[in-house]
Design a protein around this ligand. Structure first.
Ligand SMILES: NC(=O)C1=CN([C@@H]2O[C@H](COP(=O)(O)OP(=O)(O)OC[C@H]3O[C@@H](n4cnc5c(N)ncnc54)[C@H](O)[C@@H]3O)[C@@H](O)[C@H]2O)C=CC1
Ligand SMILES: Nc1nc(O)c(N)c(N[C@@H]2O[C@H](COP(=O)(O)O)[C@@H](O)[C@H]2O)n1
Length: 289
């Protein structure tokens, strides 16, 4: 299997590409593939990925954004962004980090190699001036999809949200309403099986966090929604006031799955751990099959 190097110029072998070639199924390896590729899996292949400290924190006290990954593992993250057709974060991450979610190796890659950004944002709190929307307006990243809770067209209660929806659409966002689940969260499984999922998400989705989204991904009931988990562990301690990688489960949310070890590799000083969620009695590779 040959992984294409998305960088404009070649150079020495890239360790990140060797790892990806080893852990991803062959049909995802031929990059980039246009959205019109004829054979599609039932749902997109989902990678959950984030960087944490040795004491399990993904951010500092009060959510302070931390540079946890060293340059080598950060490069892996950017290769992952190229590999996936779409990339998802929660609105907590947008409000806190104002991320770009573009692939930069190290400079910005062309639009054809960028993942399509998706924000899970129940109450439309995404600022219309956030970098994700501004980058799309500038044509350096794809249009942003914002998934939110379905709004009433008439109720006074939703008036403010209807106004915010209009502001976000004016800023170029595509809005997708979903019915929240019993915990008031937008069900990721419903997004993956949405009639427009293949157009919005392509054949592969990279979920980058934050803590509540990670928890929801891992709490999804069998057969689960995550195909691969890739965690960068940086050799630093953040302390107990930091944000734990996996937010506490909501009452009634499912227990996390068993994880099967796939591979662990050093990237600079960071350990990158690749695992696969396993649900007893459920066969196959989910979206990858
Ligand atoms: N080190 C790393 O790799 C990363 C760190 N972060 C950090 O994570 C923190 C943000 O995490 P959170 O505050 O937990 O926000 P989050 O990014 O997980 O977003 C959570 C929000 O999304 C909405 N939502 C809608 N449907 C949901 C669902 N099914 N499950 C969960 N949430 C859903 C809710 O409004 C919820 O409050 C920031 O401090 C950021 O710096 C974020 C991404 C990666
Ligand atoms: N891989 C990784 N390592 C870290 O140390 C991080 N802090 C993150 N954070 C994630 O990347 C987003 C920022 O992306 P841009 O650089 O703005 O494109 C941030 O919001 C987290 O999702 N990741």
């Amino acid at each position: 299997m040959q992984f294409n190097d998305p960088r404009p110029t070649g150079g020495p072998p890239v360790p990140a590409l060797a790892l990806l070639a080893a852990v991803y199924p062959p049909h995802l390896s031929d990059l980039p593939t246009p959205p019109s590729t004829p054979v599609r899996p039932a749902r997109p292949f989902v990678t959950l990925t984030y960087a944490q400290s040795l004491d399990g924190k993904i951010a500092g006290p009060g959510g302070t954004q931390l540079q946890l990954s060293g340059p080598e593992s950060m490069r892996l993250t950017h290769h992952l962004r190229v590999l996936h057709d779409s990339i998802l974060v929660g609105v907590g991450t947008v409000l806190n980090d104002d991320p770009q979610l573009t692939a930069r190796l190290p400079s910005l890659l062309p639009l054809s190699q960028q993942p399509r950004p998706v924000i899970l944002d129940s109450s439309l709190r995404t600022p219309p001036t956030c970098k994700l929307l501004v980058n799309a307006q500038r044509g350096i990243s794809h249009g942003v999809t914002i998934v939110h809770r379905a709004l009433s067209a008439t109720s006074e209660e939703d008036e403010d949200l209807r106004r915010r929806a209009a502001d976000l659409e004016r800023a170029g966002a595509r809005l997708i309403p979903l019915e929240p689940d019993e915990h008031g969260l937008l069900p990721l499984s419903a997004l993956l099986s949405h009639p427009h999922a293949s157009h919005l998400l392509g054949r592969s989705l990279m979920v980058e966090g934050g803590a509540r989204i990670i928890a929801s991904c891992l709490a999804a009931p069998p057969p689960g929604i995550v195909d691969l988990v890739i965690v960068t562990v940086a050799p630093v301690l953040v302390g107990e006031d930091g944000v734990s990688a996996v937010a506490p489960r909501k009452a009634g949310q499912g227990a996390p799955p068993r994880l099967e070890h796939v591979r662990t590799e050093l990237f600079g000083q960071d350990s990158v751990v690749v695992v696969r969620p396993v649900y007893e009695g459920v066969e196959g590779e989910g979206g990858a099959a």
